[in-house]
Design a protein around this ligand. Sequence first.
Ligand SMILES: O=P(O)(O)OC[C@H]1O[C@H](O[C@H]2O[C@H](CO)[C@@H](O)[C@H](O)[C@H]2O)[C@H](O)[C@@H](O)[C@@H]1O
Length: 385
Amino acid sequence: MDSNHGSPVPIGKSRLGIFSSLLTCSQQDQPVSPGKYTRSGSRKSAASLDDVRSNGWLDAMKASSPPRKKLLKGSNIQVASIDHETEDYLSWMLDYPSALECFDKIVDRAKNNKIAIFLDYDGTLSPIVDNPDCAFMSESMRATVRSVAKYFPTAIISGRSRDKVFDLVKLTELYYAGSHGMDIIGPACDSLSKVHPDCVKSRDDQGKEITLFQPAREFISLIDQVFKTLVEITKDIKGAKVENHKFCVSVHYRNVEENNWTAIGQRVHDVVKDYPRLRLTHGRKVLEVRPMIDWNKGKAVEFLLESLGFTDRDSVLPIYIGDDKTDEDAFKVLRESQQGYGILVSSVMKESNALYSLRDTNEVMKFLQLLVNLKRQEGRTRDRP
Ligand SMILES: O=P(O)(O)OC[C@H]1O[C@H](O[C@H]2O[C@H](CO)[C@@H](O)[C@H](O)[C@H]2O)[C@H](O)[C@@H](O)[C@@H]1O
């Protein structure tokens, strides 16, 4: 397991032509190198699998012994064997078992605890699309998240600005952390202001008492200045898009022709190198300029757990679902504290600090629906005479 998530990757030039020491996260869309997970089995020996992973055995066994002949999805055609890519992915699932297959095991841990749900937005609740302004979540996903929030404290933790992610999710019953956790609205909580003097008590649009925490507040004008510069220096690159997320800036190159990636990377790098208090990170076909502060999605999870009143870590089971490199900070916090579960959303093999996996947003919705059904069933059992 790569223990260096979130820390600078070794010096070298990336495909974007940037010195990778400046990138605190490595290439996102890139799957792990072939060979890391081989068709002969998992990269780890069975003996080294921990208790949680070993509960994905059934899934993993099925995965590592796929049927010799199988029906092609949606047809009656028999194929001699599944392709190598699928076989590699199934082998990868030995290390990151399906959270759907392991659902009972996951919730079993929560028997005497409350579950708290943390959700990333892009790639988790909405599929990745070319235009970030059109990354809408489906109505069925919205209804599912609304139901989840009825039974469990639920927060969205996104790289987008808090306002933008709220405009997309549109659910007032959730808590929101925007700008990679640098802009949090959580429940009112007195104890937090002792640890974080920047906490401000406020009221939301509905008049409800809330805690507002913006640890990078002093960077707002600097970020705005850098945003304007980045818009200017990328305006002649077709497909480039720059977003101002108040505490960070995103420079998208998804729609930029590949032969211009080096140019865009170099220009962004040249701007950021003049700001020692800013750092450059790398997401899914996006470069992100962020304040150099010790704060990330993992810290946002800890902050929200505390503001929700879960000071005793044994009383809560946090579940964090995300697809991005920045979500690794949250997975890592949960993994290291052995407090909850990180679930990686990925249809390609990736190194992760998560314990489980889901393939795509559809599987995320199925998982969330299972949680809701569980609570409804518990309610029916309780109400029975
Ligand atoms: O933390 P998240 O909620 O996952 O936000 C991460 C970034 O998401 C958005 O960009 C990504 O999704 C876009 C829409 O699907 C896609 O076009 C882009 O290539 C992805 O990088 C958002 O626009 C970024 O600002 C966020 O940082």
